[in-house]
Design a protein around this ligand. Sequence first.
Ligand code: KIV
Ligand code: ZN
Length: 507
Amino acid sequence: MPRKIEIFDTTLRDGEQTPGVSLNVQEKLEIARQLVKLSVDVIEAGFPIASNGDFKAVKTIAENVKGPVIAGLARANFPDIDRAAEAVKAAERPRIHTFIASSPIHMKYKLKMTEDQVLEAAVAAVKRAKSYVEDVEFSAEDASRSDMEFLCRLYSAAINAGATVINVPDTVGYTTPKEFGRLIETLMVRIPEIDKVKVSIHCHDDLGMAVANSLEAVACGATQIECAVNGLGERAGNASLEEVVMAIDTRKDFYQVEHNIDTKQIYRTSKMISTLTGIFIQPNKAIVGANAFAHEAGIHQHGVLEQKSTYEIMMPQSIGLTTNTLVLGKHSGRHAFAERLKEMGYDLSQNELNKAFGRFKDLADKKKEISDRDIEAIVEDQVIKLPQHIELEYFQVSTGNKSIATATVRVKIKDEIIEEAATGDGPIDSVYKALERACNINCKLVDYSIRSVSGGKDALGEVIVKVEKNGRIYIGRGLSTNIVEASVLAYTNAMNKTLWNNGYSNQ
Ligand code: KIV
Ligand code: ZN
């Protein structure tokens, strides 16, 4: 009977530590709901002591999301654990995940603690967590650079104190597959109590080996993989969920393990997270990159036409990627549109469907052929809509290579109509200045990116902006066949988000 591997998703915790990523409570809740559809076993929803926003997000997810285990992270001290316990307490299956560093370098310079002090703190932390919840995970941070003797003693003590999962992180992405595999095998042999618990791994990608290290650990006996969608995470990120899952799925013959993931939800999940985090996926990214199933060389195309398995080791459909050559257009009706959405794995309410259909029709007036990528962009754009304090009524920009760009905008804020104008260095600069004036919001644009959703001159343009206000980053997205309009919508969306404090209106 194949071993069951549990997928512990840390997109909302380690993934949110990706530089430049900041999600509000609604966005985190929406992602958690999608992770349920993906059928992950554990959702690490956040680090409750880190901020009030993190606490609220973990609590909201614990209260509303059923199915997977909901974990909250805590350092090995009582205030952290008490806060995590409070946040996860309403979960159907709560877990507290507590950690302390175990490597000589971390103990000496960061913790300024001896091995015995670390061991004592770990045991106390696990016992404290156990007084709140049955399911307690213990991580020895920087395990891969720790002394083996001490690591065994530490995990053994944590298990005896009540840990149900022990996690072995390669915190700095330093290990190699062979070395990490040996580490797992050694722990399996040297910790007498290890068969009472799940053995988890958590690999970072600093040397590009996170997925390989995770897979080798599985081959050597690990039963839980910690990973993040699109490989998000601290620095170079965590092992990518879609890569580890598709590797054990495609190479069942080799790994001989099972997982619970509904792989058909992978593409949709990846897309949603890319949209909400504002982090584009590189085209050549394994599994979910735009080129992952594209064949360029004639010889490859010929092979695939004859027999797909010549160059395709996975079917695009297995990750939920539709490859419809039949495009929709302005004569397509609601029924065809709804059917296509269903085929693409979307399950929209009547209200959401009406909205999406309205936008589809508007787009069809401007764009001859509407592809699945366009439809997906429309639907993702309406996933989360915070109340719009600022509504864009109108904008106009005049620009040229020999003239100063001038913009006028009109917005509605709480029933008041405000019009402002500004000049700037190009259409975007001028219209953004006019918007800032009209909305009386002082924020800093820290990133602006634009890409086309599909091909052709009439393609939908997607603009992602990141703005900073009071030290926080807000991500805005705009979609239109007119790229200046997409830019204005993205900035308005980001400004609306600045008017919210982690999903709770402060206006
Ligand atoms: O990388 C790491 O060590 C972590 C721990 C908190 C598990 O993220
Ligand atoms: Zn980590």
